[in-house]
Ligand binder design. Structure first.
Ligand SMILES: Nc1ncnc2c1ncn2[C@@H]1O[C@H](COP(=O)(O)OP(=O)(O)O)[C@@H](O)[C@H]1O
Ligand SMILES: [Mg+2]
Length: 438
């Protein structure tokens, strides 16, 4: 099969999936994108249709229905957005039951790099990839004892998938012990907390790097910076991400540091995975702390992340075709495909429902009016109801992305885009990229 007429099955319903659908639909290689389930944004994207009647793609029990849907609709390319189906083996399942469908994403053995933080940490130790000092535990008693002996601030991580909530940064030993009890004895994160990583707390600037790989070649997008906390000045609870910008200025990551990351982290990761017999095909998302000792890996994700992807896709140069890049990752031809970036800077501001990341209302009517031409609005938690009206359906509802010649211009334009969004209780951070701008 060549990638001449791609009929894509795109799994997921977030801002990431709208951004992917938006970019993929622009490719002349793409004939149609079936979004399962999709959201209010993919519903009105050219070449895209939503299919919310299928069972949730997150679960193994849904895989047979997805394969049968793919076969009925002539799908030849699978693009899973979220981590859960990848970790659960959706790629393995399709390779076995629908061999005519190419899959962009790692098989379950490679997806352990995200699905198990203990696994990822041991991989990094074995391959000498810089990361915070740590120990893994599966018994509460030994974790408790270890915690009593360490003399540095720690971070406590539930090993399994916890929807971005499984990491605790305690401010005292007592709080750390409490977190261990909650995770390991009270099963706060269910099976995800059966194992924990206790690692050294690192200080510094955090960055995200998204890299395409076909298992051997690696091509990275410029470093992006997310804003994880809900409140201005990085205060309040952790979220899925409230805004991002890219590329990071050299005060955050210099060219030399970027080369160091390539040399000490990205290439050894892809090489190590190949050597271990679970090559990585897909997009590797490496979260790094620019610590005083140098760049350190905080975690790997095995898929695109938002809001980074909303910020990075608009930076792809016109001659770079995302569909071709994704396809090249599945047939070992990434080395022959250009991944070019414009000289622009991009910024994304996420608009959330009031109350998020705690409880928040759903089903609030929304209006989008006079969206500036140079702003791209990416839906996340939105849905179109039976009457065709747009409503909120999640915590992070929608985002505005803009590019500019400078970071300042991109940020101003993105905030201009936020003005076009209207719903009761909407909330957004006012300081996206503020630190980089100062
Ligand atoms: N060793 C560390 N030192 C300081 N902060 C950390 C450390 N590990 C994680 N964090 C913080 O916790 C957040 C979540 O941790 P991460 O490992 O990315 O897990 P997940 O995204 O699965 O919740 C990170 O974005 C970072 O802000
Ligand atoms: Mg993370």
């Amino acid at each position: 099969m060549s990638c001449q007429s791609l009929i894509i099955l795109l799994l997921g319903s977030g801002g990431r999936e709208h951004a992917l659908a938006w970019k993929l639909s622009q490719s002349p290689l793409v004939h149609h994108v079936y979004c399962v389930p999709g959201n209010g944004g993919t519903a009105s994207t050219p070449k895209c249709t939503n299919h919310s009647d299928l069972p949730s793609p997150e679960k193994v029990s849904s895989f047979p229905a997805l394969v049968s849907f793919a076969q009925r609709h002539g799908v030849n390319f699978l693009v899973p957005g979220p981590e859960a189906p990848l970790v659960a083996g959706v790629v393995d399942y399709f390779e076995q039951h629908a061999p005519g469908v190419r899959c962009f994403g790692p098989k379950s053995d490679a997806a352990r790099m995200e699905g198990s933080k203990t696994f990822a940490k041991d991989f990094m130790r074995k391959h000498a990839i810089p990361t915070a000092k740590y120990q893994n535990f599966s018994s509460h008693a030994s974790a408790k004892q270890y915690l009593e002996t360490v003399d540095h601030p720690v971070v406590i991580k539930a090993s399994g998938l916890a929807g971005g909530k499984g990491v605790i940064i305690p401010s005292s030993k007592d709080e750390a012990q409490e977190a261990l009890t909650d995770i390991m004895l009270k099963s706060e994160f269910g099976a995800a907390g059966e194992e924990v990583v206790i690692e050294e707390f690192l200080e510094g600037n955090e960055i995200s790097i998204l890299s395409f790989s076909d298992g051997i070649t690696i091509k990275s997008l410029p470093p992006a910076q997310d804003h994880k906390r809900i409140g201005d000045g990085d205060t309040g609870g952790n979220t899925g991400g409230m805004g991002a910008y890219a590329p990071c200025p050299s005060s955050v990551v210099s060219q030399a540091q970027m080369e160091e990351i390539e040399r000490t982290v990205l290439r050894p990761t892809i090489k190590g995975m190949e050597d271990e017999g679970y090559p990585f095909r897909g997009v590797l998302f490496t979260g790094l702390m620019m610590a005083t000792s140098g760049p350190c890996v905080l975690e790997y994700n095995v898929r695109f992340g938002d809001p980074e992807v909303q910020t990075l896709l608009p930076l792809l140069a016109p001659e770079t075709d995302l569909a071709q890049v994704l396809y090249a990752c599945t047939d070992h031809t990434l080395s022959s495909v250009q991944v070019s970036i414009t000289n622009d800077v991009a910024a994304t501001v996420v608009v959330a429902a009031g109350g998020y990341p705690s409880s928040y209302p759903k089903g609030t009517p929304m209006k989008l009016k006079d969206i500036p031409e140079d702003v791209q609005v990416f839906h996340a938690g939105t849905a179109v109801d039976v009457e065709g009206k747009l409503k909120t359906s999640g915590g992070r509802v929608i985002a505005a992305t803009a590019t500019g010649k400078t970071l300042k211009e991109a940020v101003e334009k993105a905030y201009g885009g936020v003005k076009a969004i209207e719903f009761e209780g909407m909330y957004y951070r006012r300081d996206i990229a503020a630190r980089a701008l100062n």
